[in-house]
Design a protein around this ligand. Structure first.
Ligand SMILES: Cc1ncc(COP(=O)(O)OP(=O)(O)O)c(N)n1
Ligand SMILES: Cc1ncsc1CCOP(=O)(O)O
Ligand SMILES: [Mg+2]
Length: 214
């Protein structure tokens, strides 16, 4: 087997919205977001291919870092910037194919053992979480919390890291204090009464820049 190797990505990926439609991808790219994930769950490949292809084309147009969740074959086929996989996905995905295609790889971790496993693949980034309780995904484990996040980020100071799970705007300063390079959010944007205002505030807090008026 050839050695697995994945391209690096920025150590600080900044604000990282995770969304479930091309409409959200387009409006957030227009607003100035530059790291983003399309996360469509549990549909057959043929039902999602055109949305995935469209999202990847938009990512390219806006020169953004567009990650595809789960659907790694389609991400390879349409040449996405990167793929995000969880621990269960690792059991079935062909990492060699992702490496051969030179897509960036992001991996989820929930504890030290999962981080050790993830590090053995030398991915482009490591996601940590869920940090706080979340309504967006049913989680089998307890939230990690801030103290564990800080300890785990300190374990891998040279890695690109992403915190996810229950991160509301008011929790962002405490999460940034942990030294993490990126904050992934779903509901802080998609459930906000004013998504553009929320995106603007998150960009200011995390990247020290303003959103474009959409
Ligand atoms: C940035 C980021 N972190 C974690 C996840 C969760 O991935 P996974 O554990 O595979 O769960 P699903 O998202 O597939 O339900 C993520 N998508 N993005
Ligand atoms: C996909 C995912 N993986 C771990 S937590 C989570 C959902 C995060 O959503 P929210 O930001 O709304 O808590
Ligand atoms: Mg997954």
């Amino acid at each position: 087997m050839t050695q697995l190797s994945f391209p690096t990505t920025e150590q600080r990926l900044g604000l990282y919205p995770v969304v479930d439609s091309v409409e959200w991808i387009e409006r957030l790219l227009k607003a100035g977001v530059r790291t983003i994930q399309l996360r469509i769950k549990d549909l057959p490949e043929q039902a999602v291919e055109s949305d995935i292809a469209h999202a990847i084309a938009l990512g390219r147009h806006y020169q953004a870092r567009l990650f595809i969740n789960d659907y790694w074959q389609l991400a390879i086929k349409h040449r996405a910037y990167g793929v995000h996989l969880g621990q269960e996905d690792l059991d079935i995905a062909d990492l060699q194919a992702i490496s051969n295609a030179q897509l960036r790889l992001g991996l989820s971790t929930h504890d030290d053992a999962e981080m050790d496993r993830a590090l053995s693949y030398r991915p482009s980034y490591i996601a940590l979480g869920h940090i706080f309780p979340t309504q967006t995904k049913v989680m089998p484990s307890e939230p990690q919390g801030i103290i564990d996040l800080k300890r785990q980020v300190a374990r891998i100071p040279d890695y690109s890291t992403v915190a996810i799970g229950g991160i509301s705007i008011d929790r962002v300063p405490a999460v940034l204090e942990c030294g993490v390079g990126s904050i992934a959010v779903v509901s802080a944007i998609t459930q906000a009464p004013d998504w553009l205002a929320a995106t603007d505030t998150l960009l200011q807090l995390i990247e020290n820049r303003r959103a474009n008026d959409a």
